[in-house]
Design a protein around this ligand. Structure first.
Ligand SMILES: Cc1cc2nc3c(=O)[nH]c(=O)nc-3n(C[C@H](O)[C@H](O)[C@H](O)COP(=O)(O)OP(=O)(O)OC[C@H]3O[C@@H](n4cnc5c(N)ncnc54)[C@H](O)[C@@H]3O)c2cc1C
Ligand code: SF4
Length: 339
């Protein structure tokens, strides 16, 4: 490990001051420390933000909730407001990592965790995300965890976070704070596409930290579901995941929001596909058409072609369950929000 300085911030101003001077924030450390140990990340200065006051609460705000950046994944998943009103978020978090990791991992850190592309972790291999302009070893290489949506010639690494997929389906906003104050960034705009700069992953400016995530009021009476397909039943990242918030009225779909994990360079959403569901009666024919439309934009690597049928089948299963055409099966957690 390379040498670095360490300081601890007790408040937001101190954290932002240190970050503006080039220090990297460390919260739970469950991703950053792993990367430092293998020198994928080599920060010269760390600022420990884990004791910054006031960022560890889930509070009601404007009919929705405000989740502090330091709320742990375990506390967020167990929070009674989240379980009752945003069950898709609770389910997605519990589908990720392990109990021990969720006890340390934080909301801000989870959103900013790095990809699991195997070449990103191997410092002997070229990787544009680790070091801009060096090349992409995944082109022509191996990698069944890679993305199929939003990829570029320079990077096709999938975003790894389960929580971020649920936050995207819930149309969350990220509160970021810097020396000039706080601003809200819609989840849809927070993560950038890789293009020719895969090392730039978000719209965060130097010195800005995530201070909270704001969820809008939940859609009343919606069914929320999260299905994650992975190599093991637990403790594994998603090959494909589907998050859904669906509302039925008088036998028709009145509202639909879908988001996907394991397949996109960022938590993936396709507004056209959501729109295809609205106003329609649920049916297998409709769901098959929606799954086909979703996959039309895919650009699979030879090793990720298997994700297309897996994604189609996962989406159809989630939609059938959410619409009441099939009983909930193993693998999907489905909950109706309080009406
Ligand atoms: C074995 C294992 C299995 C896992 N499985 C899954 C899984 O299935 N699904 C899943 O979603 N995740 C999984 N994870 C990832 C885990 O969820 C993340 O490591 C964790 O959420 C990161 O949070 P942290 O607080 O520890 O972040 P840290 O490691 O402290 O930080 C991560 C990054 O975020 C930055 N950062 C942290 N907080 C802030 C902030 N407030 N503002 C600005 N920058 C900040 C840091 O500088 C760093 O770059 C797994 C991890 C491990 C080790
Ligand atoms: S896919 Fe992205 S993260 Fe993986 S080797 Fe290529 S540039 Fe690096």
């Amino acid at each position: 490990m390379r040498e670095f300085t360490y300081s601890r911030a007790e408040d937001q101003a101190a954290a932002i001051g240190a970050m503006s001077n080039g220090a990297r924030a460390i919260a739970g450390g469950t991703n950053l420390l792993d990367l430092m140990k293998i020198q994928v990340e080599v920060p010269q200065a760390l600022v420990d933000i884990s004791r910054v006051a006031g960022l560890d609460k889930v509070e009601p705000q404007d009919g929705g909730v405000r989740i502090g950046a330091l709320v742990t994944n375990a506390d967020l998943a167990a929070d009674p407001k989240i379980r009752a009103l945003y069950p898709v978020l609770s389910r997605a978090i519990l589908a990720g990592a392990s109990g021990q990791i969720r006890n340390k991992a934080t909301t801000g850190g989870n959103l900013l965790q790095r990809t699991r592309c195997p070449y990103f972790y191997d410092t002997s291999m070229a990787c544009n995300k680790r070091e801009a302009g060096t090349g992409c070893s995944a082109q022509g290489g191996v990698g069944r965890m890679l993305a199929i949506f939003g990829t570029s010639e320079d990077c096709m690494a999938a975003h790894p976070s389960d929580m971020a997929v649920a936050m995207r389906v819930l149309e969350a906003q990220i509160e970021v704070t810097g020396e000039d104050g706080a601003r809200l960034v819609a989840m849809d705009e927070f993560y950038t596409l890789p293009g020719d700069r895969p090392d730039v992953e978000t719209v965060l400016k130097p010195g800005e930290m995530i201070t909270a995530v704001v969820l809008p009021a939940p859609v009343k009476g919606s069914v929320q579901a999260y299905r994650k397909v992975r190599d093991r039943a637990s403790y594994a990242f998603a090959l494909v995941s589907v998050a859904a918030v669906i509302t039925l009225e008088n036998g028709k779909i009145a509202q639909a929001s879908l988001a996907f994990g394991g397949v996109g360079v960022r938590p993936w959403k396709n507004a056209t596909v959501d729109g295809m569901l609205v106003g329609q009666e649920p049916s297998d024919a409709l769901f098959a058409k929606v799954a086909e439309a979703l996959c039309r934009d895919a650009n699979p690597h030879p090793e990720t072609e298997f994700k297309l049928p897996l994604l189609k089948r996962s989406l159809m299963a989630v939609l059938r369950e959410a619409a009441g055409l099939a009983p909930a099966s193993a693998g999907t957690d489905k909950t109706r929000t309080a009406a």
